[in-house]
Design a protein around this ligand. Structure first.
Ligand code: 6PG
Length: 247
């Protein structure tokens, strides 16, 4: 069920995460085919967390997708070793990457072995600039960015009332841990997200209902998830019935 499309945002409510996942897999196939037809490759930025795991497991069954022409980037990362269960790349590798025939050089994880958090952010930013062949002040244009949303309305690792919310020039920024969230983080910035051709939010569970009400129902501009509005792109905001409880 679609309940409105503010800006170019299409809000869809699904019975459960599995129906939502099926919809996202259909969009992934469509977007990747279009990107590969247009420019010979498909570039996607993936989020961590629990919500997208069913999607990644589902995608891992599609061995015939053009993985050799697909580039996978991370939207954000916790500054912990790969071996940590908190590491997003670890989760995405376990659920998707190790099961598909994707070339190693097409996997762009965020380095967490640098000596400092800023050094990791700078290294990932250089990877983006190099891969997308960006000039000064240019942002990468991902074909698809997949986002989740926290109960506080954060997305990627852009948390309310943190400097990352206001970052408009860097592609990637370091996020120091606070009492509100675990682990130092590295995240792409809002201008990168809003330069994408397609952005898909996957939000599931009653614990997100209040944030969904504030972002979708009230357009509460203080929440980072409300700031996602790709200027030349399509935004899908997908929720299950529990997360849509207050809409
Ligand atoms: C991360 C994600 C983060 C996540 C939300 C929702 O690194 O954790 O990028 O933005 O999408 O916190 O997480 P859940 O899907 O686990 O609810």
């Amino acid at each position: 069920m679609t309940i409105g499309s503010v800006h170019k945002r299409e809000v869809k409510v699904f019975k459960n995460i599995y129906e939502m996942t099926f919809f996202v897999i259909e969009r992934w196939i469509e977007i990747s085919e279009s990107a590969i037809n247009k420019k010979g490759r498909f570039e996607a930025g993936l989020s961590g967390g629990r919500t997208p795991t069913s999607l990644y497991q589902g995608l891992s069954e599609f061995r015939k997708l053009p993985w050799e022409r697909t580039h996978i980037f991370l939207v954000d990362e916790r500054f912990v070793p790969y071996e940590s269960s908190e590491n997003n790349y670890h989760m995405i590798n376990q659920t998707l990457l190790r099961h598909i025939n994707i070339p190693e050089e097409n996997i762009h994880s965020i380095p967490t072995q640098e000596k400092t958090l800023p050094a990791s952010a700078e290294k990932y930013e250089r990877d983006l600039i190099s891969h997308f062949k960006l000039s000064q002040n240019e942002f990468p244009r991902f074909d698809l960015i997949l986002l989740g949303m926290g109960e506080d309305g954060h997305t990627a690792s852009i948390f309310p009332d943190t400097p990352a919310v206001k970052e408009r020039t860097r592609l990637v920024t370091a996020v120091a841990e606070t009492v509100r969230f675990r682990n130092d983080r590295i995240t792409v910035t809002m201008p990168v997200i809003n330069n994408a051709e397609n952005v898909i939010f996957m939000v599931s569970g009653y614990n997100k209902a209040n944030a969904v009400k504030r972002v979708i129902g009230e357009e509460d501009s203080l929440l980072p998830a409300s700031m996602v509005n790709p200027k030349k792109g399509k935004l899908y905001f997908l929720v299950d019935e529990e997360a849509a409880a207050y809409l």
